[in-house]
Design a protein. Structure first.
Lengths: 174, 211
């Protein structure tokens, strides 16, 4: 049953659900794992909230909880992904409008898959800075790495991502 | 970046093909990443609500609530005596608060002999630099719930924050500035401890023998 504490917590933190979701999508591979991680993040956050540990800024707080929980699951699972030679399956050479719309709609998924081609540190740094909007200083604090290292990872990751996506776009063009 | 450095950087870019390509590639990459930003599915928001609602939470009956909110506020202020933010705080204190809030950098990372684990928090970073006229080292601690506290040590005494409350019998003071709790002790080592919650700040200060 919801209480004032539940309502207050959700009012303060639910607007950040997109941020948590985007981070979880880059920490976990399957949709089911992503949803589990988001729910676990909010559950941990609520428990801290009612224990009196309320941050002034919820976004970095939630992102840090998500990051720590995601890394904990990642290390336990010890998954070994094979890196596919292509990001997306190739399509037959069709020139219908439907096919072109499908290719356009796949762009978001293409970016997502390209991010998963990056080393974990670059993927996380880029997600926190470019998708979640944190500053390099904030990301440095959240990840426990020097600010300069964060910037290097983001810069290298962006360049690699641009190359990966460009290669896939050329391959997918009719 | 200062205006002069920025101007030099931009002038260099105009004349250097390699650097121009680097910047262009990074900008393209950033644009690509931002195009991949997604909205959380509606069903996920609903499941968040359900997950949180399922966690039991009992409201605690604090005795002061019977006195009414205005009296309760007076009791809280009397008990803790925090100073509210006042303008024109000493520069070093303002810089420490800005660094804690993530809006200012300090300097390069350094190795540290601070305890790696203390009061449920882990040391994640130590850095050194200048805050005003003080040589400062900053040690960042975080816990599993994402809370952060930072301990600042300096070579000279920290100036006192305006409106700070002295802690009787000790060479220490505390203040609340813009929502950040600041504890200061100039002995044994001039130190500040900054955090979001007073109880946690004081616990960490005590654990580090600063109180």
């Amino acid at each position: 049953m919801a209480s004032e504490a539940h309502d207050g917590f959700l009012a303060a933190t639910l607007p950040a659900s997109d941020l948590v979701y985007n981070l979880a999508r880059r920490l976990m591979r399957s949709d089911e794992q992503v949803e589990d991680l988001v729910q676990e993040t909010y559950a941990k956050a609520f428990e801290a909230w009612v224990a009196g540990k309320r941050p002034r800024k919820v976004e970095p707080w939630l992102a840090t909880i998500c990051l720590n929980a995601g890394r904990s699951v990642w290390r336990k699972a010890s998954t070994r992904r094979e890196v596919p030679s292509e990001i997306l399956p190739s399509h037959e050479d069709e020139t219908t409008d439907v096919e072109r719309e499908a290719v356009a709609a796949m762009r978001q998924e293409l970016v997502h898959e390209a991010l998963w081609q990056l080393p974990e540190e670059q993927r996380i740094a880029i997600t926190l800075m470019d998708l979640d909007g944190f500053t390099a200083t904030q990301v440095a604090k959240m990840t426990g790495t020097p600010r300069g290292t964060v910037l290097t990872r983001v810069h290298r990751g962006r360049k690699k991502l641009a190359r990966l996506v460009e290669k896939e776009v050329i391959r997918l063009e009719p | 970046m200062s205006r002069r450095k920025r101007k030099r950087f931009e002038e260099h870019l105009l004349g250097c093909e390699d650097c121009w390509r680097e910047v262009a590639a990074a900008r393209a990459g950033r644009s690509i990443v931002e195009s991949g930003r997604e909205l959380s599915p509606q069903h996920l928001r609903e499941s968040i609500r359900s997950t949180v609602a399922a966690i039991p939470h009992k409201r605690k009956a604090f005795p002061y609530r019977r006195l009414g909110l205005s009296v309760a506020a007076a009791v809280v202020v009397a008990l803790f005596g925090f100073a509210t933010l006042t303008p024109d705080q000493p520069r070093e204190i303002g810089l420490a608060v800005a660094h804690f809030e993530g809006t200012a950098d300090l300097g390069p990372d350094i190795s540290s002999d601070m305890p790696v684990e203390v009061e449920g928090m882990s040391l994640v970073r130590s850095e050194a630099g200048m805050m005003g006229t003080l040589e400062v080292t900053a040690h960042t601690y975080t816990d599993e719930d994402g809370h952060t506290m930072v301990v600042y040590s300096s070579n000279e005494e920290w100036p006192r924050a305006h409106g700070a409350e002295e802690l009787s019998g000790t060479p220490s003071w505390k203040a609340e500035l813009d929502g950040t709790v600041v504890f200061c002790s100039n002995k044994p080592v001039p130190s500040l401890v900054l955090g979001d919650a007073e109880v946690d700040v004081m616990k960490l200060a005590e654990a580090l023998d600063l109180r």
